[in-house]
Design a protein around this ligand. Structure first.
Ligand code: NAD
Ligand code: MLT
Length: 321
């Protein structure tokens, strides 16, 4: 993250995703005209940005701020991501155009961590299947035999903000936590209770794997057929980070062979996902990218991004993504 103390006119801001109302309120209080227009198709987004002369744009993950958008919206000076990941923004195109990209890291850490833990707990006790069965009027006490987490090993891939919170919480369930992160030393990991190991050592040790890395060229398809084959038979895979981290066809094949015991997925390579086979697999528990969808997290990221826009308009320092 780099600190920037630039100042430029920030009179009009478009919010093109569903951002907490506090964002509009803070911008409006600072005299910035903030317009909420959610669900614009790509062409409509470009038309709105160009005709509206917006200098700022606030998005969550639904809006794709690609090169075409950035090149067309010539008045645009800053894009704010009300959340953590900026993989829906073309950072190269933004930098070439001189458009500043801001995010709100940290505001949704606890919510995303709680969601990853929820997926693991729900999956191992087959809560989704038992609930569907109850709703269908059945009382199947034998069908949903679960797996205890106590004494099992959880591999945390990515020991940043969210990965550490997940490790802390799952240790309270009696799990051993191992992990890998190229930016964290074994000594640092030990301080927060995680045994650091290289990825090729980590996979075979894991009863469950949880991913908490950004989607980058080197993390794309991080969990693939080779990795799944090197894990313990019946391994649980949790992904509440980014869809492209898991090779979905390989995951489906591993679920079908029993090599993967279950998957808890909040994120997908394409959202909404197009292939129903993964979603309908009985050992898959899914949610529609809800990791940050809590009242608290949405409020925090909305306030954080709005306050950064206001600081920017006043020429005060902000953190670039
Ligand atoms: P963070 O930057 O604090 O941590 C990410 C960590 O991943 C860093 O420590 C980095 O060194 C590490 N890393 C990078 N490449 C790696 C690799 N190849 N192997 C292992 N580790 C690697 O980010 P965070 O706040 O913990 O968020 C993690 C990701 O979760 C975000 O990038 C975002 O995409 C996602 N996220 C999803 C939701 C959701 O709604 N589902 C909510 C918040 C964040
Ligand atoms: C993030 O990266 O912060 C998440 O994807 C949460 C969101 O949907 O905004």
């Amino acid at each position: 993250m780099s600190e920037s103390a630039v100042q430029f006119p920030l009179r009009r801001v478009l919010l093109s995703d569903d951002v907490d109302p506090r964002c509009v309120a803070i911008l409006a209080d600072a005299g910035i005209d903030a317009q909420l227009k959610v669900g614009l198709a790509p062409d409509a987004l470009i038309a709105e940005l160009t005709s509206g002369g917006y200098e700022g744009l606030v998005v969550r993950s639904a809006t794709k701020v690609n090169r075409q958008v950035l090149e067309a919206a010539t008045a645009l000076r800053v894009v704010g991501r009300a959340g953590t990941g900026v993989d829906n923004i073309d950072l190269n195109a933004a930098s070439e155009r001189g458009v500043l990209v801001l995010n709100a890291p940290g505001g949704n850490t606890v919510s995303a961590a709680e969601h990853a833990c929820t997926l693991l707990l729900g999956l191992t006790r087959r809560v989704h299947l038992a609930d569907a069965s109850m709703r269908a009027g059945r009382w199947d006490r034998k069908k949903f035999l679960g797996t205890e987490l106590h004494g099992k090993t959880l591999a945390v891939v990515g020991l940043g903000r969210i990965g550490r919170e997940v490790a802390n919480r799952m240790r309270a369930f009696g799990m051993r936590t191992i992990g890998y992160d190229p930016m964290v030393t074994p000594e640092q990991a030990k301080e927060f209770g995680v045994e650091w190991m290289e990825l090729d050592k980590l996979w075979p040790e894991a009863d469950a794997v949880t991913l908490h890395v950004p989607l980058l060229p080197h993390t794309e398809n991080l969990v693939n057929a080779r990795v799944l084959a090197s894990c313990r038979r019946g391994v649980f895979i949790i992904n509440a980070a980014r869809g492209g981290l898991v090779q979905e066809a390989d995951l489906l094949a591993a679920l079908e062979s029993g090599q993967c015991g279950g998957a808890g997925l909040d994120v997908f390579a394409v959202e909404p996902p197009q292939d129903a086979r993964l979603l309908q697999h009985e050992r898959v528990l899914t949610t529609p990218h809800l990791g940050a969808s809590t009242i608290e997290a949405q409020s925090r990221v909305a306030v954080e991004i709005a306050e950064q826009f206001v600081r920017l308009a006043r020429g005060e320092g902000v953190h670039g993504a």
